[in-house]
Design a protein around this ligand. Structure first.
Ligand SMILES: [Zn+2]
Length: 289
């Protein structure tokens, strides 16, 4: 018993090491550690060690519930909107989520999310054309839009050919752990995390911005509030992906901006709310250092 408790703690330590460079941390209160054989969840993963010594990591059930809820909300909110609005809203979510989970046991989950998304888009289309037949709906909105795939059930836009990507299109790159690995500090496990780290999908922001966000812990240089969220920094992989996506958008839309501060070493860049910078300037308290 004690042993498996230790095992869980050690696996957790390795996971923490993997998370750190990505700006993710454990929230001890929210991480329920149980015996490794029972498995434990954190940040959207379920980690479970089987009796044979094999460690399996999957998207956690809670994470799957969250992504389903999010897809549902996004599609519902766009009732009556253009097809392209659906693609714009949903594609980044699918890409981000599947990229994050592509290195764990996700194949079944990806397939189930694709069929869920199919239902959502089908219902969305029915709602948009209440008087049309089901056949009309399917032939209008579904087709082999992605010619590289043998899949005629892709949701897309008839005229411009844009389409909804699928979770299952993201290739799963699993690093098989050596069977019989008896201890979590087994070199096989260390390799596993090293590989995971190397192969993790690039985050959708440039390195410089990522570094600033991490240095500032996501907070505005001027007011100290979070740059984008009023509640708290992301506590899950999906939250993090979403947060990055929003950040990129916000920079593009100039909701948040770079602030240069002169230091003896040159100009130091920081991120701040554009509104905070404007307010500073207006009050004559601009950055004149
Ligand atoms: Zn601010």
């Amino acid at each position: 018993m004690c042993h498996s408790r230790d095992a869980a703690e050690q696996v957790k330590a390795q996971l923490a090491e993997w998370l750190a460079p990505r700006g993710l941390v454990f929230n001890e209160d929210k991480t329920r550690i149980v015996h490794a054989e029972t498995g434990f969840d954190f940040l959207g993963f379920n980690v479970r060690r089987y009796r044979c010594g094999k460690l399996l990591i999957k998207p956690s059930e809670a994470a799957v519930r969250r992504i389903r809820a999010r897809l549902r909300e996004e599609v519902r909110a766009l009732r009556g909107a253009e097809t392209l609005a659906i693609l714009r809203a949903v594609n980044p979510i699918v890409r981000g989520w599947s990229a994050y989970y592509r290195t764990v046991v996700s194949k079944e989950v990806f397939a189930s999310l694709d069929s869920y998304l199919w239902q959502l888009t089908y219902r969305w289309a029915l709602h948009r054309h209440p008087k049309k037949s089901k056949h009309w709906i399917t032939s209008r909105y579904f087709g082999r839009f992605n010619t590289a795939r043998e899949d005629k059930w892709v949701f897309g836009h008839r005229d411009n050919g844009a389409y909804l990507v699928k979770f299952a299109w993201t290739k799963i790159v699993r690093h098989q752990l050596v069977k019989g690995a008896s201890s979590p500090d087994d070199p096989a496990l260390t390799d596993y995390w090293a590989n995971r780290r190397r192969r993790s999908a690039p985050l959708p922001l440039d390195r410089a911005t990522m570094r600033l966000l991490q240095t500032q812990k996501g907070r505005c240089q001027c007011c100290g509030q979070l740059l984008l969220h009023s509640d708290q920094p992301p506590q899950s992989p999906t939250g993090w992906e979403q947060w990055l996506r929003t950040t990129r958008k916000a920079i593009k839309a100039r909701h948040i901006a770079y602030q240069g501060t002169k230091t003896p070493d040159g100009v130091q860049l920081r991120l701040a709310h554009a509104s905070c910078l404007r307010r500073r300037k207006a009050s004559g308290n601009g950055n004149s250092a």
